[in-house]
Design a protein around this ligand. Structure first.
Ligand SMILES: Cc1ncc(COP(=O)(O)O)c(C=O)c1O
Length: 361
């Protein structure tokens, strides 16, 4: 079976983890600080605060921005659930705007319609889904016009850019995940990045029980600290990130060049987006998605359905009474199939994927 994802852990990571274990300094310390500086430098941003996951990064970022009960945050209905859960954790109310059928990212026109309809919306949480930036030329003017806070969920888009500027650096805050299937990993882990000194300080307090001076707690915070063990892996992975992304892009290009099928659409790429192919997501039309996934299974090709349901229709949100009709999301969720594009694929794997997909009947 060709897996849909495959973390690439080499000797460097093993040695780095071993060194941390030998040092006895396992929890958050110098290695975490070094990783934070390197990740901030990579993005060209002032601050990075690492956390235990992408989910906790989002939660802390929203809380540090002062978002809480009574606030409304506009977001996408088509994402991993953490992007909405993080809003709910703060006590704020998520409000949704539908996606574009080509990129699967939140649609700037729908954002503006939602903002016109509801002047109470305080923040916009966008997700750069599958490794492709949202159209920031359309989003930034809306953020300015409607005086919104902007949170970028970059869990799937490490190194992705819009017109050469890395995602995570456009808004008030950017949040990353280092889960093993992501473009780079720390095992579990996350990061908050920001230009804002005060926001960075609040995030740093929140992830460490609100404690600047030992056992003096200025805020009710959490223990969301990354460990030195995770950061040691992250430092090695960060050095490889551009190469990993280059291979993902090359693999994506090979798939797009090779796949030609009347029922299948390959990913749409915006001219101004540097797409890092966290996922390579096909649209399978004419109600043939189930048939297609059975066929991939039979041919030993791993796949993922990201995502089978919209967020507002998830069972856990039933009592919230969200609108569950999102025409574009509802179309796309029934068509998408992500196939392997990760840097662990061989030429033979790519060849086989192309051939199998093209022979689908
Ligand atoms: C879009 C999106 N947001 C947030 C997260 C949450 O990250 P984590 O799994 O590290 O908590 C993920 C990852 O799974 C994600 O894909």
């Amino acid at each position: 079976m060709i897996p849909i994802a495959q973390p690439l852990i080499g000797e460097e990571e093993q040695t780095a983890v071993h060194e941390v274990l030998e040092s006895g300094m396992l929890a958050s310390g110098n290695i975490v600080r070094a990783f934070e500086e390197e990740f901030a430098d990579y993005l060209g941003i002032e601050h990075c605060i690492t956390t235990t996951s992408g989910t906790t990064a989002l939660e802390v970022a929203l809380r540090a921005l002062g978002i809480g009960p009574g606030d409304k945050v506009l977001t996408t209905p088509f994402s991993f659930i953490a992007s909405t859960n993080s809003i709910v954790y703060t006590g704020a109310t998520p409000v949704f705007a539908d996606i574009r059928p080509d990129t699967f990212n939140i649609d700037p026109e729908k954002i503006e319609a939602a903002l016109r309809a509801d002047s109470d919306i305080k923040a916009l949480l966008i997700v750069h889904l599958f490794g492709q930036a949202c159209n920031m030329d359309q989003i930034i003017p809306l953020v300015e016009k409607y005086h919104l806070l902007l949170i970028e969920d970059c869990a799937q888009s490490h190194g992705a850019m819009w017109k050469g500027k890395p995602v995570g650096t456009f808004g008030d805050v950017g949040c990353f995940s280092f889960y093993p299937t992501k473009n780079m990993t720390t095992g579990e882990g996350g990061a908050i990045v920001t230009h804002d000194d005060n926001l960075a300080e609040t995030c740093r307090l929140l992830i460490n029980h609100g404690m600047a001076v030992r056992y003096h707690h200025d805020l009710i915070g959490y223990n969301y600290r990354m460990t030195n063990i995770a950061a040691a892996i992250g430092r090695c992975q960060l050095r490889k990130l551009d190469r990993f992304n280059q291979i993902r892009r090359l693999n994506g290009a090979i798939l797009t060049e090779g796949i030609h099928h009347s029922d299948i659409t390959t990913p749409f790429v915006q001219d101004d987006a540097f797409f890092v192919y966290h996922q390579y997501t096909l649209r399978i039309k004419n109600d043939k998605r189930d048939q297609f996934t059975d066929y991939l299974n039979a041919n030993d090709i791993g796949y993922g359905i990201f995502y089978p349901l919209s967020i507002p229709e998830q069972k856990c949100y039933q009592r919230f009474g969200f609108n569950t009709v999102w025409p574009v999301t509802d179309l796309i969720k029934n068509q998408v199939v992500s196939i392997p594009v990760h840097p662990g694929l061989s030429e033979e794997d790519l060849d086989m994927i192309v051939q199998v997909v093209n022979k689908f009947q």
